[in-house]
Design a protein. Structure first.
Lengths: 59, 160
């Protein structure tokens, strides 16, 4: 399957999912640079790691 | 383990590896709010680039992700030449190294549809947003529907 043959035309299925997309979050992300977006995601990942580590220690 | 994305990218860039970032990390760079734990790249399948890829990742001790420890696996140029796509665990986190993404997404096809972004003092090439959407659609995985919807919403927000 060539990439050019893959449609990016609207799809009813994807449109159904689109209703649940948080556009506020997207608008905030689009104000950031690519590096800032990645740093923000890494902060979330580190937080999740910390929670997992703490749960292990507590458990 | 959380991937150390700057370290992974630095290893590839300073090793002069020709690659394009795809997948969830590229989606994040484009504005996605989803979180991804690994880095997906498509590398150029030339003998020189394969040598550079093997040398660049060697210090990170790449190993087959999910495989039992102790297998006689070496991520060297011969291994890369004999294979195509590898899902690796490294000292800097998980890295998917793809010779081709679904939809005939070779390096040559994708680099023409990519854009360079400055990140962590490195110039990194990412597939453009439309191509990322096409790759996700080509993969045809139900789990990607939510991601595709978000990427299309990003495109709509950019066009406003």
């Amino acid at each position: 399957m060539m990439l050019d043959t893959v449609s990016i035309e609207p799809s009813a299925v994807i449109d159904a999912y689109k209703k649940d997309v948080d556009r506020t979050l997207i608008r905030e992300n689009l104000k950031l640079t690519a590096e800032e977006r990645v740093r923000k995601m890494m902060a979330v990942l580190h937080f999740a790691d910390e929670v997992r580590r703490s749960a292990k220690v507590a458990g | 383990m959380t991937a150390d994305f700057p370290r992974l990218l630095a290893a590839l860039c300073t090793g002069a590896v020709e690659f394009v970032v795809i997948g969830g990390f590229a989606a994040t760079a484009h504005g996605s709010a989803h979180v991804t734990a690994d880095l997906d790249i498509v590398y150029r399948r030339t003998p020189e680039n394969i040598e550079r890829l093997a040398a660049a990742l060697a210090p990170l001790q790449p190993y087959l992700r999910g495989a039992p420890p102790g297998l006689p696996f070496r991520f060297d140029a011969d291994t890369i030449r004999c294979g195509l796509n590898f899902t690796l665990a490294t000292l800097a986190g998980d890295l998917d190294v793809l010779g081709e993404a679904t939809g005939e997404g070779t390096f040559e096809a994708l680099v023409a549809r990519s854009e360079a972004r400055r990140m962590f003092d490195l110039d990194v090439r990412f597939v453009d947003l439309d191509t990322l959407i096409r790759l996700k659609r080509a993969a045809g995985r139900p789990k990607d529907l939510e991601r595709i919807a978000e990427l299309e919403a990003i495109r709509e927000e950019r066009e406003k």
